[in-house]
Design a protein around this ligand. Sequence first.
Ligand code: AHR
Length: 636
Amino acid sequence: MRLSSLLSLATNVAAVTISVSKDEGKDASPLQYGLMFEDINFSGDGGIYAELIRNRAFQGDEFMPSTLDPWSAFGPADISLFNLTTPLSSALPTSVTVKGRARGEIGISNPGYWGIDVLPQTYKGSFWVFGDYQGDFKAALRSASSGEILASVNIPSHSNTRGWTKHEFALDSDIAAGYKTNFTLTFVAESSHQVLNFNLISLFPPTYNNRENGLRQDLMQSLKDLNPSFMRIPGGNNLQGKLPGSRWKWNETIGDLIDRPGRTGAWRYHNTDGLGLIEYMLWCQDLKVEPVLILWAGLYLDGTVIPENELDFYVQDALHEIEFLTGDASTEYGAKRVALGYATPFEINFVGVGNEDHFSSGMTSYNEYRFRMFFDAISEKYPHLQILSSTIELDPIPKGAVLDYHDYGNPDGAVRNFTLFDDQDASNKILVGEYGVARNNGNEVLWKDHRKRPWWIASVAEAVFYLGVERNPDTVYGCAFAPLLQNIESYQWNPNLITFNANTSATVRSTSFHVMELLSNNRFTTLLPVENSDEYDPGFWVAGLNDDLNTYVWKGAVYNTTTEQEFEINFPGSQQGAVAELTVLTAPDPFSENIFGEPDLVDTRRTRLEAGQKGFAFVLPQWSVAVLSWQYRSTK
Ligand code: AHR
């Protein structure tokens, strides 16, 4: 769509005239747009958690307690898993034994999470060894096809047979050599009897804010660009666990990495839990977002429910988790956090009791005792906390409980939900903790149709839904798209907001990303009433004032019409000659999707628009999302 045609006033549909009033505004919720994160689609391990070595500690999955996959032997060596009588730790009992078959350079090789991006930068690594060796180890990044060394470092051994020793190294690369590479860790066998054992072999690129054990810089930048206000963590189904015993246990995700056993996540692959509870908090701090901490609440995904007389253990566990994060050094669990080096308590204002408890036969027990037991105990000890029910089907709903609404419907349904929150009782606010159009209008589920989607029709429909959220700040805190991230090499769910692989310059921002980015970066502080000449549909809109920026903002979307739609908009005080900025998102057609490895199809046009006699006049094409912002006074 050419800009000139967007701005043309010649159209076959009467203009919708919209007058924004400055009176009777509502305080707009400070949360509005947020993120939902759980480890799905290798979005944590192999994703935002920057560790480059896949299966660094020889852990397993639901079928095997441990595996060598994807490691292979380097040089004339045999490799095998062993549980030595002296393990590295009780959490990481299995190590790899490397046994030479001849003299020479031998070791192990790892392909990373389907590649390791070699860039001119310094990688930080470490590994643990057990066994007698006096020479140097060599850590190297090599071409996967030729084996050529791209970067390497020698590390003098201090390994011995008395116990496990940690070796740390910095690996400098001078070149950008792509991501089709392997990491090798080798040593020189002086005889065919040489044997060494290795465990917890780790390699990190520079991380966001240079944090130890930190996060991938490029993906964090994408999240920053979304301008989020909250992050719901750590799930999702992954928090719940599939089978009895497999829940996410906060206390096993903290402390030294050698003390984190990890677990098979609900999405069937091993979670190292290197991205643990503290790392989640630091992540929220780095993004400057409010954590919405979801607590395990007695329901496994297979439908197993903890009976009432056994639930108190889990309620206490949740209280310990909150105390660990927020308590000072005088509290039992706060002191444990301080001992880990985090003296300042983290700030938590929102906690959620479970995830989607209306599924898997969870609703009855949730209504009868599970929600109430958590709610009563948490509100008694932490009265300032906003406590989320994991479902809007909760009955009875205690005063003040916040309802976590999830929806993975179809595009038409998202548009109909523009008014969903209009009549909501404000005594129980809603947080839309998971939202994403995951079906087509025939209502077929799309999440098995991988690689593609979201597609533009869905993204415009999501925009309409978000506008419905924005026009109800007194009843809805905000909303988050889910799932957030997808590694294109191995995934369980579609659509996702951002798709990536090991190549840090290949990340794809979906059509839905662009919509959320535009709406989230144009915030109101006050929602303002509007007078319309017309009903909503096919145009949908909302308007407000950003007091901090002295800016009036109108946001709109046009869904499912065969014609373009003309608008004439007047803000309070906008006279003829006033100049606003109009941003319009379009795509070639409703089925356009941003496919990995192909060009971004979303067209973003920004233009200066001068008010005429009828106000700010412009035309939006069908299937478009737009923001008009008018700064009535400079902020200087
Ligand atoms: O976002 C994917 C899954 O959808 C979440 O884990 C779960 O909460 C929901 O059903």
